[in-house]
Design a protein around this ligand. Structure first.
Ligand code: F0G
Length: 458
């Protein structure tokens, strides 16, 4: 008999969960204009809104909190971070930032100009926001298989090379500051990119003299999938796969709130001293001095340790198995999800689950609200609300997919929490015929509207 895989850690500190009734939640979400970002966390039972910054730190990381060197310049904690990034990823220069989007702000301030085009696999919303904010355009070149949730493809995060080349030919190298590869690709379901695709994309970029930048928030989960799904690498270590993934990358940037296993932080890493110097101008203006860039010494120390823990094979195996366990449960209940299951979250296909709700009524948001009412499970809409409006026409951009994302915080929830989540979704599914209409927007912000949008039931 094969022994099951178990988490390579045990619990030392616990946090309470508070229980409210279904009726109390129903009233609360109405008062909060059906926006789950407005809900106080005490009112959530299982919080799957994001895997970003919500993980549990280890005892070694908490020790680093005490060891943090809070010197304004030249902090030892900064050098710990530099050593870890160099050792794991192979980059010389590291610019810390307070989180991923701050890294985008600095990096794009130095590289993206008005009228530019940035092709890549489905850019994350802050990435796209930072590109569009500079009056440039993000061009999605993800393979079309990514947008068919029922279809199996081992690497749905891959870039369609033909599409990429046609974008390069149309706009020309001078308008393309870099090609953006996001690993794993959050927007299409935490789906990995294969090493072969990274290599081929880089070769194409080189042919046209365009740099390759990688958004590596979930790079370790991506490496785990390469080991498991790309035959040539099955005997490689996670660390060797990571080195291979980054071999041709000119720049990487990371929201370390994900695979860095910390609650806050980010960085840009690269080998080009000239670009590093240019970034430094923006770091100082926007974030802080070069050796802390918006992070405290203790946070950099905890990140240096978290980077090592995040690339541990046993940790990654347990992590991905937990996501797959919840995915299988949902499938057993007949709930349509993006398949195969990705690295950090389940994505429920609202177009399939609620085919009678038009996209203009935000079906994935309806599912999110119903999951909250039913069991206090908080997920997040990845659909037309998030896709926002076309910057030129001001009209809603109907999203390719209407998804409810249930993202799993790292090292936080147990298998019984997963059972609870699956049962909650099964109860929502059981009464889906009663959900006749969705929402209309009553108030929205200029950009990144989903955070503060107000809705009413139609
Ligand atoms: N890139 C990717 C792929 C992301 O998933 C995120 C954040 C960012 C960049 C921005 O990083 O939040 O540290 O500023 N994703 C979070 C999520 C918010 O819930 O998926 P940040």
């Amino acid at each position: 008999m094969q022994l099951p895989t178990i988490p390579p850690f045990k619990t030392k500190v616990v946090e309470p969960v508070y229980f409210r009734t279904r009726e109390e939640r129903k009233k609360k979400i109405r008062e909060q204009h059906f926006n789950l970002f407005n809900i106080h966390s005490d009112w959530v039972i299982v919080d799957l809104m994001t895997d970003s910054g919500t993980g549990a730190m280890s005892e070694q990381q908490w020790s680093e909190i005490m060891l943090g060197d809070e010197s304004y310049a030249g902090s030892e904690s900064y050098f710990k971070l530099i050593r870890a990034v160099k050792d794991i990823m192979g980059f010389e220069y590291v610019a810390p930032t307070h989180q991923g989007r701050a890294a985008e702000n600095i990096l794009f301030s130095a590289t993206v100009r008005e009228g530019d085009v940035v092709p890549g696999n489905a850019h994350f919303d802050t990435t796209k926001g930072h590109i569009e904010f500079r009056k440039a355009r993000a061009m999605d070149c993800t393979i079309k298989e990514a947008y068919d949730t029922g279809l199996y493809h081992p690497f749905k995060g891959n870039i369609d090379l033909e599409k990429l080349e046609s974008v390069i030919k149309e706009y020309g190298k001078d308008r393309i500051p870099f090609i953006n590869i996001t690993v794993t690709c959050n927007t299409v379901g935490g789906q990995p990119v294969s090493l072969q695709n990274i290599r081929e994309t880089s070769a194409l970029a080189k042919k046209y003299g365009i740099p390759v930048y990688m958004d590596i928030a979930r790079y370790a989960e991506n490496a785990y999938f390469i080991k498991n799904r790309e035959a040539a690498y099955k005997d490689w270590s996670i660390r060797d796969i990571i080195r291979e993934m980054f071999k041709d990358a000119d720049v990487v940037w990371m929201s370390s709130k994900k695979d860095g296993l910390v609650n806050i932080g980010g960085f840009i890493a690269l080998n080009d001293p000239d670009l590093y110097e240019r970034l430094g101008q923006f770091t100082i203006v926007y974030e802080g001095f070069l050796t802390y860039g918006g992070m405290s010494g203790r946070a950099m120390g905890a990140l240096a340790v978290g980077l090592y823990e995040g690339v541990d094979f046993h940790y990654l195996q347990d992590r991905v198995h937990q996501v797959q366990y919840l995915g299988q449960k949902l499938k057993d209940y007949g709930i349509p999800i993006q398949e195969p299951v990705g690295g950090h979250a389940l994505y429920i296909d609202a177009k399939k689950m609620l085919p009678h709700i038009p996209q203009t009524q935000y079906p994935a948001q309806l599912l999110a609200v119903e999951a909250y009412i039913e069991g206090g499970v908080r997920g997040v809409e990845i659909g037309t609300l998030l896709a926002d409006r076309d910057p030129e026409t001001g009209k809603d951009r109907l999203a390719e997919m209407e998804l409810l994302r249930l993202a799993l915080p790292r090292r936080v929830y147990s298998r019984s929490h997963m059972d609870y989540v699956a049962a909650t979704m099964a109860r929502v599914a059981a009464r889906k015929e009663e959900l006749k209409t969705g929402f209309r927007i009553t108030k929205q912000a200029q950009i990144l509207r989903h955070f503060t949008v107000e809705l009413e039931r139609i």
